[in-house]
Design a protein around this ligand. Sequence first.
Ligand code: HXC
Length: 259
Amino acid sequence: MSYEMITARTEGGKVGVVTLNRPKQLNALNNQLMDELGHALKGFDADAAIGCVIVTGSEKAFAAGADIGAMATYGFADVYKGDYITRNWETIRSIRKPVIAAVSGFALGGGCELAMMCDFIIAADNARFGQPEIKLGIIPGAGGTQRLPRAVGKAKAMDMALTGRMMDATEAERAGLVSRVVALDKLMDEALGAALMICDYSQIAVMAAKESVNRAFEGSLSDGIMFERRLFHAMFATTDQKEGMDAFVNKRKPEFKNQ
Ligand code: HXC
């Protein structure tokens, strides 16, 4: 599949980088872009050489939301039957390898939801997050009302969803929406550094850690703890656990085989 609305490349042979590429529309998310993004992510997920994926946008916009022009004339039957706008979001959620959002500029509406769907967000100091759908007479439709409260708590999530105001990078880091804030010109270096670090670990342990953290948001504490415990036990069936611990004991660098 050739891409028109994204670019996809690899870094160091092990990190997949997807760049949203509709700069004139501030990377507004339309069906084609979402299809291309889903295709690229699935491709990286299936590629054994890839250990981590970064999703990023332009300096001015990670993504300014779903394409309002495209949505403007839709009726209920169109969106319900055709799965327009909301299609492919579940594909992104199903990616098993870590996905880092490297966000600069606007991450609004579906753009903010896309960033939150990634495993963690590294933000440039010019990043601005928001769920402004209320201004358009709608509400967030790709998990914004669910993931934002889990990330920043009810008070801020209500504030964002009901007023439509934006949160800058400093506030987003303070609130727990983003894991790190860096200068704009250091954004990709920081994201790549994190991705390459992850790639050096056992892919099995990395995927299990991702699954287990995600479980924290989907059930009770006791279910989550049991899920984590069983995955933890399962790690002892891997060659990588033997290698990691032997390397520590013998003061050498581990060489994980993802087995
Ligand atoms: C379509 C968009 C767009 C969007 C910007 N553009 N956001 N086109 N859909 N979401 C276009 C503008 O129309 C304009 O095109 C060009 O990008 C540059 O935008 P400007 O407004 O001129 O830039 P600026 O003044 O810097 O303002 C930036 C902005 C503003 C604050 C981000 O564009 C804005 O408020 N955009 C809408 C944000 C929003 O409401 N997002 C939520 C969408 S609903 P032209 O051709 O005029 O140059 C949603 C639901 C998700 O996301 C549901 C998921 C399932």
